[in-house]
Design a protein around this ligand. Structure first.
Ligand SMILES: Cc1cc2nc3c(=O)[nH]c(=O)nc-3n(C[C@H](O)[C@H](O)[C@H](O)COP(=O)(O)OP(=O)(O)OC[C@H]3O[C@@H](n4cnc5c(N)ncnc54)[C@H](O)[C@@H]3O)c2cc1C
Length: 383
């Protein structure tokens, strides 16, 4: 058997899981190369706690250069073109041929889609989270609004977790009675992807904490001073701090490659995560895996990671001409912290044969310990 070249595009949750699993499943004659424009990648899942001063900025990153110790070649370069027919990847640092390709390039943010949102606050990347952290540390009274621009967005629990953490922080600072927290979402119910029971539980939990929820509206613009947001139903909200969850899009190079077939995200075979091109797979936020009418598996690191692992097993089986793994089951659970000591879990098995088995488990202290372990494991490349 001649050595095969496997190239993994993107070093986030999905790419790292795929590369690690491939390296452990395949002998050294086969090469595993990862390409990412950033040597250090960040755990956005820490941002809802980071904005209230409860996470150390220096502990939010991991260096992809460390993958070399595990036999994975890491190339720090901008990917410029995915040529699926020529089986080659063009980057700022050269061209890489492949026999098997894993596309794990995540989702891009389109700040221009909501005019003014680039000047308002957010927590969807490290820079915006740090800016919001500085603002909240000076906050004494007034209104904070968290507004989602459109679906889908990464980590369905994130806007609610962020509201919970701000609620916790304002209580700790003794300013909760002088503050209002409002969350607006385009969906008719919070975290609808987890089913009506989970959604109802979350709605009650927010209400009990005095967090106002407005559903069925998308933020459409924010004034240049960042003090007023306009919504799709013609309403507006004036606030002291307006934070937005940006419009998410498939990265341009992925749509230009033809892998999306003109769709908003990369369609894949739900059982193998293979794209319309043979031996080209798409995992994580970049793809769409439907599980019910109009619903798709959430864009979250746990799913990206599970998909990376699954695709690695499929590629290894093809190379070694062994039995493929069982079909992808869409399982994973995300944390939803309610405070620094309590975290809930949301998720389950989205592609279970008898329908999605998903839900929300109540916040507990052990949930928070698991969340902290998840963060440590991520930094050590165990996830
Ligand atoms: C506030 C917040 C909280 C979250 N909390 C959680 C949580 O608790 N649990 C959870 O599971 N998920 C959480 N998520 C979601 C999670 O971060 C994403 O779903 C996950 O990172 C997706 O993994 P991925 O591998 O698909 O893409 P990414 O992690 O986004 O990785 C994509 C990689 O591709 C690289 N890339 C893109 N384009 C190019 C190019 N042209 N050239 C070179 N490199 C390129 C990027 O640099 C990046 O490293 C959260 C997200 C946010 C924003």
């Amino acid at each position: 058997m001649t050595g095969k070249k496997i190239v993994v595009l993107g070093g986030g949750f999905g790419g790292v899981a795929a590369a690690r699993a491939l390296r452990s499943l395949l002998p050294a004659e086969h090469t595993v190369t990862m390409i990412d424009r950033n040597r250090v990648t960040r755990l956005c899942g820490m941002n809802p706690m980071l904005i209230v001063g409860e996470r150390d900025v220096r502990k939010t990153g991991r260096s992809l250069g460390q993958l070399a110790n595990r036999g994975i070649e890491f190339i720090e370069s901008d990917i410029e073109m995915i040529d699926t027919s020529g089986r080659a990847i063009k980057t700022g640092g050269g061209t890489f041929d492949f026999d098997y390709l894993v596309v794990a390039l995540g989702a891009s943010y389109d700040w221009d889609a909501v005019p003014g949102s680039d000047l308002a606050y957010s927590f969807y990347n490290l820079d915006t989270a740090r800016k919001l952290r500085r603002r909240l540390s000076r906050f004494r009274r007034g209104k904070v609004v968290i507004s989602v621009a459109s679906q889908p967005y990464k980590c369905p629990p994130a806007p609610f977790e962020t509201a919970m953490m701000i609620n916790w922080y304002f209580r700790k600072q003794g300013i909760r009675k002088d503050s209002e927290i409002i969350v607006t979402i385009p969906e008719p119910a919070p975290m609808a992807v987890a089913g009506p029971v989970a959604s109802g539980q979350l709605r009650d939990d927010m209400e009990r904490r005095g967090i106002e929820l407005r559903t069925g509206i998308s933020v459409t613009s924010v004034t240049p001073d960042g003090m007023e947001a306009a919504y799709s139903d013609g309403s507006s909200i004036s606030a002291d701090v307006i934070t937005t969850v940006p419009v998410h899009r498939v990265p341009q190079i992925v749509s230009e490659s033809g892998l999306t077939n003109g769709k908003p995200w990369t369609p894949v075979n739900a059982e193998t995560l293979e794209t319309s091109q043979n031996d080209v797979f798409a995992v994580g936020d970049v793809n769409v895996v439907p599980f019910a009418e109009g619903k798709a598996i959430p864009k979250a690191g746990v799913f990206a990671s599970g998909q990376g692992q699954h695709v690695a097993e499929t590629i290894a089986a093809r190379i070694q001409e062994s039995a493929p793994p069982p079909r992808y089951d869409g399982s994973g659970e995300c944390f939803l912290a309610y405070s620094t000591t309590q975290s809930a879990l949301v998720g389950g098995e989205f592609l279970a044969s008898d329908g999605p088995q998903v839900g929300l488990k109540a916040p507990t202290a052990s949930g928070m310990r698991n969340k902290e372990r998840f963060e440590r494991d991520w930094r050590r490349f165990r996830i």
